[in-house]
Design a protein around this ligand. Structure first.
Ligand SMILES: [Cu+2]
Length: 434
């Protein structure tokens, strides 16, 4: 048999391609599957909620990214804007994604009025690339550009943030995700990979600059610098394996709770965990400065995903105010009105009426802030804000379809329903009075 030059080339090409494919799909030790970005949403393989992935240039085998630290105009939700600081026009800054083993160069230009630096939080690198101004490098002065360069030795969910005047720079929005995909693939293939950062903001009603001096009483609690209902839903096809990567740059620990599923915690600060260490939870505390990866197989429905600190699913609100719950205050309204024109008592029957005041009665609030609670679902007011969004799981979505499918149409007979309007209905057993 004669072998033509052409078939040789084709054969060599095919062999090379075969080798490439094999390398890309090489099983992880223990039978892993390849990471499947699959071009599902362009070059990015992680869906950063309300965010984006930073493109890079390949230069002589190095992936080069360019971050610009700068002031940005940001909207937390319609009706609430602020001058924040971020990267490349957004807070959080764009997500950096790369593969384990990559050599990366990250150019950082400082367009802020004060020095900055970037710390690559959780990433193993030479000390001089760690980004602590004064300790490992001179600070990047206003107008200056620095280059960081290192090889990615591990994989997992990581972050970046300034390590210069951190208190101010983080308080006004400087943060980003840094995600490293495993060279050897995933133990189980991931179909949809979401990521967000937790943060808190002291954007006092009527102001437009987050206040960095606040330590406890924050006004806004955010996933990727957005509050409910402006946080994107996590749209998933039923039966898909989903990962949610969460990092915390705020000043509180946040117990993140998912409804309708037992997720597995599959990674943390030490990157992705071996499968023997995965554990089932329905709430996972993401501590300050920590990262967690949660994974589950999606069940059809609309499922709440939120912080379980109940004040963290509210927007701007007062704390330490007198408790009116159960008080008979209706008779005192006129007296109080004489002292405080325009005042309105609230809270004697709970806070539920607040959303009604804002939406149905159209009562104006202070400038540039958000009502404590809001959002309306198919069955009425959600009375939520802050760190709350919905995982929307539907049958038959296309692989790359992240469009909001609207509210879940629950199958007949599977929705809780009213069976009586009589408060004395039935014969409930009560604990006897002693
Ligand atoms: Cu919280």
């Amino acid at each position: 048999m004669t072998v033509s030059r052409r078939s040789l080339i084709t054969g060599a090409g095919a062999a090379a391609l075969g080798a490439t494919v094999r390398a890309a799909s090489a099983a992880a030790p223990g039978g892993g599957s390849p990471y499947r970005p699959a071009g599902a949403h362009g070059r990015q393989s992680v869906k950063t909620l309300n965010g984006w992935t930073l493109p890079y240039k390949s230069i002589d085998g190095v992936k080069e990214f360019h971050l610009v630290a700068e002031e940005v105009d940001h909207e937390f939700a319609p009706g609430c804007k602020a001058k924040c600081w971020g990267y490349n026009g957004s807070t959080p800054g764009p997500t950096i994604e790369a593969m384990q083993g990559d050599r990366v160069r990250i150019i950082v230009t400082n367009r802020l009025p004060e020095p900055t630096s970037i710390h690559w939080h959780g990433i193993l690198l030479p000390s001089g690339m760690d980004g602590v101004s004064g300790l490992t490098q001179p600070a990047i002065g206003p107008g200056e550009t620095f280059a960081y360069e290192f090889t990615l030795r591990q994989h997992g969910t990581h972050m970046y943030h300034p390590h210069a005047d951190e208190m101010v720079q983080m308080a006004v929005g400087m943060m980003g995700l840094f995600i490293i995909h495993p060279a050897a693939g995933e133990p189980l293939p991931i179909d949809r990979d979401f990521a967000f950062l937790l943060h808190n903001w002291a954007l006092h009603p009527g102001t437009f600059r987050p206040d960095p001096s606040i330590m406890l009483d924050f006004d806004l609690w955010t996933f990727n610098s957005k509050v409910f209902p402006a946080i994107e839903p996590l749209v998933v096809r039923a039966g898909e394996r989903v990962r949610i990567r969460i990092g915390n740059v705020s000043m509180y620990n946040h117990p993140i709770h998912l409804h309708g599923h037992e997720f597995e915690v599959t990674g943390g600060d030490g990157g992705r965990w071996p499968r023997e260490r995965w554990r089932k939870e329905v709430t996972e505390i993401v501590g300050v400065g920590q990262m967690r990866d949660l994974e589950f197989v999606a069940e059809p429905g609309d499922w709440a995903l939120h912080c379980h600190m109940s004040h963290h699913t509210m927007n701007a609100m007062g704390h330490g105010i007198p408790n009116a719950l159960g008080a008979r205050i209706a008779n005192s309204d006129a007296d109080l009105e004489a002292l405080l024109p325009g005042m309105m008592n609230m809270g004697a029957n709970g806070m539920s009426e607040h959303q009604e005041h804002v939406e149905a009665m159209n009562l104006p609030g202070p400038a540039n802030t958000l009502p404590m609670m809001g959002g309306t679902g198919p069955y009425g007011a959600l009375e939520m804000g802050g760190m709350f969004t919905v995982v929307k799981v539907r049958e038959g979505l296309a692989a790359a379809d992240f469009r909001d499918p609207g509210w879940y149409a629950a199958p007949e007979g599977t929705v809780a329903r009213m069976i009586s309007e009589d408060p004395d209905f039935g014969a409930p057993v009560r604990r006897p009075r002693s």
